[in-house]
Design a binder for this molecule. Structure first.
Ligand SMILES: C[S@@+](CC[C@H](N)C(=O)[O-])C[C@H]1O[C@@H](n2cnc3c(N)ncnc32)[C@H](O)[C@@H]1O
Length: 412
């Protein structure tokens, strides 16, 4: 059976670890919190949908889908005029949609089919994080993650059940025996939401009925109504009138995007860290992304490295940084064509995050060896080849080292 390594992150949402990449998929601080703070709030979605009824999203490295799910969640919060709480302050989105119909297209890409298909089934929240994590075999042997899990996060964001249903309806036909085996297995069962598994049964029933199977009718209807009563009925009503399209591409993102003719409003770039997965952080890949981004679009990523920012700049973007007020630190980077998008923040979001242009210090750091970018001219090289060539570029460069620059800057 397919193996993966789930545990509960500090906001109660499920996170994963990859032994192969020796990297975490999500911040241990909170997988959902990270998606909201680094990928969704900087979009200023409320302002965007006041003037646009079509949204095209590219989710590079979909994994188990937190960025897409958080986007859909925030979209529903805004459309439903939800009251939300951020840092214990109450807000209402107050938007007048004039019964506008919205069209959302999400193109999600990942190499890992199993994770993408399991995405709608993951539990949104657990209250008992430490008790749950104590049951985890792999965590007991992973000091690095155990240590990181000491940092506490407030569970400020919550995922609506409708979001998982929305996704499930788009991908359930691709679910095969191997996915069902994972969903039922003793090892992973506690990470999955039984309500969503039941809903999958209902969707299958509808398909089977169309193909002439009439059994299980009453039983499955019960499941349907039991689950629906759990969900917010208004939101469900709304979801029916939303034109939501979801395309899942399972392959190397470079290969898929070379032949993608879409123009996206928002691009989420959530690859493993640059030194683990350099092929998705090269100057050549970023130039490809430039052509896929709308003139008023935005690329978002969690990386704050000088290398990544310099690569965006050299690929033609304006670059900004995401600042988290509560932690008093920069937590991510945005790349845009329209510079004015960097500094704009709406009033609800600016309570949590702000966006800034790069400082004199940041720009200087990018001109050191730390800013030397990865190259992959034909978008075909493997990670090791890219890393080796990069090491040679750094060794042969006359630029000063980042540590020397940091010292010089401090002494100024
Ligand atoms: C940091 S995780 C992404 C987490 C994800 N956004 C989520 O919400 O769960 C990185 C992902 O990149 C995928 N990946 C690695 N190399 C890739 C490539 N060349 N093309 C597409 N996906 C890739 C991995 O399978 C993994 O799911």
């Amino acid at each position: 059976m397919y193996e993966f390594y789930p545990y509960y992150t500090n906001d109660g949402s499920v996170g994963l670890f990859s032994p192969e990449a020796d990297d975490i998929y999500h911040s241990t601080y909170g997988a959902l919190t990270e998606a909201y703070q680094k990928f969704v709030l900087p979009l200023n979605l409320k302002k965007f949908i006041e003037t646009n009824s079509e949204i095209k999203i590219l989710d590079i490295c979909f994994g188990i889908g937190y960025n897409t799910k958080s986007f859909l969640n925030n979209f529903i919060e805004i459309i439903n005029n939800d009251t939300i709480y951020t840092n214990n302050i109450k807000y209402n989105y107050k938007i007048d949609t004039n019964n506008k119909k919205y069209k959302i297209f999400v193109h999600a890409i990942d190499k890992d089919k199993n994770l993408a298909l399991l995405s709608p089934f993951f539990k949104s929240f657990s209250k008992n994080i430490s008790k749950e994590n104590s049951k985890s075999e792999f965590l007991n042997h992973n000091e690095k993650i155990k240590h990181l899990l000491k940092e506490k996060a407030a569970a400020n964001f919550s995922l609506k059940k409708e979001v998982n249903i929305l996704l499930l309806e788009k991908i359930y036909k691709k679910i095969d025996k191997s996915i069902l085996e994972i969903l039922k297995s003793k090892q992973y069962k506690r990470f999955f939401d039984n309500g969503v598994i039941d809903f999958y049964g209902y969707l299958k029933y509808l398909d089977d009925r169309n193909q002439g199977y009439k059994n299980k009718l009453a039983f499955l209807h019960n499941i349907y109504y039991k689950y629906i009563s759990f969900c917010n009925k208004n939101a469900l009503k709304y979801l029916k009138s939303l034109d939501f399209n979801f395309k899942l591409s399972i392959d190397d993102a470079r290969k898929i995007l070379k032949s993608d003719n879409n123009v996206y409003n928002f691009i989420f770039l959530d690859a493993f860290t640059p030194n683990k997965c350099p092929c998705l952080w090269t100057i050549d890949f970023f130039k490809l992304l430039y052509n896929l981004l709308d003139d008023n679009g935005m690329i978002l990523t969690y990386s704050t490295s000088a290398l990544v920012r310099n690569t965006f700049l050299n690929a033609g973007f304006n670059v900004g940084k995401i600042y988290l007020n509560s932690a008093n630190k920069f937590i991510g980077t945005i790349a845009v064509k329209n510079k004015s998008l960097i500094t704009y923040s709406d009033s609800i979001n600016s309570n949590i995050i702000n966006k800034y242009e790069l400082s004199e210090y940041d720009l200087g750091l990018m001109k050191t060896k730390a800013g030397i970018f990865y190259r992959d001219e034909n978008l075909t090289l493997d990670n090791e080849t890219i890393l080796n060539a990069h090491k040679k570029d750094v060794d042969n460069s006359n630029l000063i080292s980042s540590s020397k620059y940091i010292k010089m800057f401090k002494d100024k």
